[in-house]
Design a protein around this ligand. Structure first.
Ligand code: 3NM
Length: 222
């Protein structure tokens, strides 16, 4: 078990190729999709069970445990979206919350030194999340996305440049509609990495798609 909050340098590495996954995003068994992504080299995983047909209750917990075990076998940290109860019950490595979820400062108090990620869409939200103890910020949607029904308007990579120019130094990950075509420009705009659902989970060859994102993140951040 880690002691103390995660260091920024380590957090930046973990954000390089960040897979967000839930059963509604998968065309086949989520465990198989995740294992292929891990084999391709994804560096961090978030379990986000949202959208049509999302599991609840015992089946939600069972899937979380199954996916967490696959991450542990590969030594990749496993975060839970939004559901602090579930994250604590399974001893996840961290939690990711949005602006509409439980406020970050309360989540930090509940999860101790586990990783805390917060979604932010404006400079004010980013500054508040930094103040409330986030370890990284998820910035999006960068491009149009079909994976989040209530996504806000796409902001383009310029939001990342604006946040960096405004003094946000915390690790940042871009999210929303990112593909292997656009991952490079997202990182060049100021992100430490890219968070991806569909471009990995729905790829014809999941392992290859993940490994392409890994190669781009490594090349752009070196
Ligand atoms: N959060 P895809 S966009 C989960 O803007 C999520 O905060 C977003 O999925 C945000 O890679 C998004 O398929 C969906 O576009 C990302």
């Amino acid at each position: 078990m880690r002691s103390g909050r995660i260091e920024d340098a380590r957090m930046r590495q973990l954000l390089q190729t960040y897979l967000v996954i839930g059963s509604p995003n998968c065309r086949e068994e989520p465990l198989r999709v995740l294992e292929e992504g891990l084999a391709g080299g994804v560096t961090l995983v978030q379990f986000r069970e949202k959208g049509p047909g999302a599991l609840t209750g015992e089946s939600l917990r069972a899937l979380a445990l199954q996916l967490q075990a696959a991450c542990r076998r590969r030594g990749v940290p496993f975060l839970v979206n939004d559901d602090v109860e579930l994250a604590l019950a399974i001893n996840a490595d961290g939690v990711h919350v949005g602006q509409e979820d439980e406020v970050a400062v309360r989540v930090r108090a509940r999860i101790g030194d586990r990783i805390l990620g917060v979604s932010a869409h404006t400079l004010a939200e980013a500054e508040a999340a930094v103040h409330h103890g986030a370890d990284y910020l998820g910035i999006g949607p960068i491009y149009p996305t079909a994976s989040k029904a209530d996504a806000e308007a796409p902001q383009g990579p310029g939001i990342l440049r604006m946040l960096r120019a405004s003094g946000i130094t915390l690790p940042l990950v871009g999210i929303g509609g990112i593909t292997t075509e656009t991952a490079g420009e997202v990182i060049r705009a100021g992100a430490d990495g890219v968070a991806v659902i569909s471009a990995i989970t729905q790829a014809a060859n999941i392992r290859e798609a993940a490994s392409r994102f890994v190669a781009i993140s490594v090349a752009e951040s070196s």
